[in-house]
Design a binder for this molecule. Structure first.
Ligand code: ZN
Length: 248
């Protein structure tokens, strides 16, 4: 197999925009979980014209990679979403669904074979479309008001060792000591400001308090997976400071 080729199984979905996009328009990789009890149900849904949803790839429990939509067509996976100055992320992204029942149906660990395939596919896409590390994101990052996937079991830290996605380089023991330590009003504001700087969406439809809680939860699922409670503490603040400072 030549190195530039990915070994995937074709299983096309009719759910995509007819207009083809340019290579340089592909700027993001977005990860999802399928959130359905059975893998087959998810595949059926993503390839059924009535569902109006799809993704470019689906990674099965056994690590097999399905191609549902070719890269240069816009698949329908992200919905209302934004990151930095980009809105409607479908237009600019490759969507990868990973088979997992999700929070609604006994959320489970991603399998080793799935993680191996995630890494292989991401490295391939990153190179092919010159995708920046901090443009490799989860659905909940770009739609924190609506989405939980791929969730706090998604191996972001492990992936970052392969330069997939942004991560912090802080000492874990020091971080742990800051967990659950309260922050004052100024620090809360600083945390939210950091998140906007990193790229998280602003949202004027929600009240400020409620949205701040949703944003914090999304941030924790991504960067502080051991405790997801929607409460800003010193650990969250510290991580966000580090990420905001080290943006590429
Ligand atoms: Zn999703």
């Amino acid at each position: 197999m030549p190195k530039s080729q990915m070994n995937t199984t074709l299983n096309y979905s009719p759910n995509f925009d007819v207009k083809k996009r340019r290579v340089r328009e592909v700027k993001f990789i977005i990860f999802h979980y399928t959130g359905m009890k059975k893998e087959n149900q998810a595949i059926t849904r993503l390839t059924n014209s009535k569902s109006k949803v799809s993704s470019h790839y689906l990674i099965k429990n056994n690590g097999e990679i399905l191609t549902l939509v070719p890269d240069l067509y816009v698949a329908w996976h992200a919905g209302v979403s934004s990151w930095k100055n980009y809105k409607s992320i479908n237009k600019y992204s490759i969507g990868i669904e990973i088979s997992n029942p999700g929070h609604e149906h006994s959320y489970k660990k991603f399998s080793k074979k799935q993680i191996k395939s995630i890494i292989k596919l991401s490295i391939y896409l990153k190179k092919k479309y010159k995708i920046k590390s901090n443009f490799i994101l989860g659905h909940s990052d770009i739609a924190p008001d609506r989405k939980k996937d791929p969730g706090e079991k998604f191996p972001w830290k492990y992936l970052s060792k392969n330069k997939i996605g942004q991560w912090h380089y802080l000492n874990e023991k020091k971080l742990f000591k800051k967990r659950n330590r309260i922050v004052d009003r100024l620090e809360k504001n600083k945390f939210i400001k950091n998140l906007y700087k990193i790229g998280y969406p602003k949202n004027i439809l929600f009240n400020k308090y409620k949205y701040s809680k949703l944003l914090t939860t999304a941030f924790q699922r991504r960067f502080r997976q051991e405790l997801v409670n929607g409460i800003i503490d010193q650990e969250c603040l510290f991580i966000s400071n580090n990420l905001a400072k080290n943006l590429k």
